[in-house]
Write a protein that binds this ligand. Structure first.
Ligand SMILES: Cc1cc2nc3c(=O)[nH]c(=O)nc-3n(C[C@H](O)[C@H](O)[C@H](O)COP(=O)(O)OP(=O)(O)OC[C@H]3O[C@@H](n4cnc5c(N)ncnc54)[C@H](O)[C@@H]3O)c2cc1C
Ligand code: SF4
Length: 357
């Protein structure tokens, strides 16, 4: 049994002060943290329970057209909020494609952002892993690595970030609100997760004590509601992490793409925003040909990190598929979901080509 202190702060300031002490970790719903503590991957000296802090479990619609989501909001509550799901359907679709109903009912928004990698060597304390033990090596490099990264990896670490939720958030340019020892600051989600460099395998850019209080979606994120999809390819249809996923969103002017937002999941240590691909699409007539070009641009720098070249082909196909589906328009009912956030507006029969993997 690993002994640790358990601290329940009364407010955010107390939480930050407590967590700034080395060896501390925040506890939200614990669906990731407690699993890792049980298998000895994480051995904190102090667990700071933030789950009962008031005021962080809600959506606020702001007057400038943006929306703020509190860090302690449950994944399911967010996905089933009718206004939220109608405004950001790809986010609702991503949330509902993750984990199981029970987990989504418990898991928080902040915890989802900071969940740890699912690399099997990270979870096996007998293996060398630079993330778990900096400088120890990376057993995945010459091991079972078919699900590992194809973008942004280094020999330090080839793990992927497993979140579904983070993929449309990256596409839509979410802003993360942080309370730290030095006060409050905002960072774009693209700066939250780290890519491994030649010497280190850091997971996030957060400093000790940094507390995610919530996130905001900028006003323009709402303009993609009519043509937005999240497509997740996994090894079974529920309760599985993505092999590859993609969020695709289009702002259409007739058949012409006014703006687009694209991100790929499970291909890198962070949700991968595909800026180059977005640039390819702007001002073009929508259709398979230009979507193929965009997918090629998105994956131009992809390279296998092991036995996973297939993921590059797969990511290309998933991106094209997500773009085709987004172009068709956001459906009133999403066929792949176990429960749709749009229950009143059932299509009589889902179109065959709307079926998601
Ligand atoms: C069997 C299983 C299947 C799953 N499948 C999927 C899936 O398909 N897709 C998917 O996206 N996810 C999946 N998940 C992951 C799940 O979504 C995460 O475990 C969950 O979102 C974490 O939220 P939590 O509140 O439980 O976080 P916790 O476990 O409490 O915390 C996770 C990490 O975040 C830190 N943390 C939490 N909140 C904050 C905060 N506000 N500020 C700073 N740090 C914080 C904690 O210190 C910890 O390091 C699965 C999990 C399980 C167990
Ligand atoms: S890929 Fe990353 S998480 Fe997996 S063993 Fe290597 S260093 Fe650890």
């Amino acid at each position: 049994m690993n002994r640790f202190d358990f601290i329940r702060p009364a407010n955010i300031a107390e939480a930050v002060t407590a967590a700034a002490v080395p060896g501390s970790v925040y506890l939200a719903a614990g669906t990731n943290l407690l699993d890792l503590m049980k298998i000895g991957v994480t051995r904190p000296e102090r667990v700071i329970d933030i789950s009962r802090l008031p005021g962080l479990d809600r959506i606020e619609w702001l007057s400038d057209g943006s929306v703020r989501i509190g860090a302690l909001m449950r994944n399911a509550d967010l996905a089933y909020d009718t206004r939220f799901a109608a405004t950001y359907p790809a986010i609702a679709e991503a949330l509902l494609s993750g984990a199981s109903a029970q987990l989504r009912n418990a898991a928080t928004v902040g915890g989802n952002l900071l969940q740890r990698t699912r690399c099997a060597y990270f979870q096996d304390t007998a293996s060398a892993c630079n993330r778990r033990e900096p400088g120890s090596g990376c057993d995945a490099l010459h091991g079972e690595n078919r699900l590992h990264a194809v973008l942004g990896w280094s020999e330090q670490c080839i793990a992927t970030h497993p979140s579904d939720f983070c993929v449309p958030l990256a596409a839509l340019g979410a802003v993360i609100e942080i309370e730290g020892v030095g006060g409050r600051r905002d960072i774009p989600i693209e700066s939250l997760h780290s890519l491994p460099d030649a010497s280190r395998a850091l997971e996030s850019t957060l400093a000790p004590g940094d507390f995610i209080t919530g996130l905001r979606l900028p006003p323009e994120a709402a303009s993609f509601a009519g043509n937005a999809r999240y497509v997740k390819l996994r090894e079974r249809t529920s309760y599985a992490f993505a092999v590859v996923s993609a969020a695709a969103m289009l702002d259409m002017d007739g058949d012409t793409i006014r703006a687009s937002r694209l991100a790929i999941g499970a291909v890198a240590a962070k949700p991968w925003r595909a800026h180059e691909a977005e640039a390819v699409l702007v001002g073009q007539k929508a259709g398979r040909e230009i979507f193929e070009k965009a997918a090629t641009a998105a994956l131009a720098d992809a390279r296998p990190s092991g036995d996973n070249a297939f993921k590059i082909t797969l990511a290309h196909r998933i991106l094209v598929r997500a773009l085709m589906l987004a172009y068709e328009g956001t459906p009133k009912v999403m066929p792949a979901l176990p429960a749709s956030p749009f229950p009143e507006q059932h299509l009589s029969a889902p179109k065959a080509d709307l079926h998601v993997a």
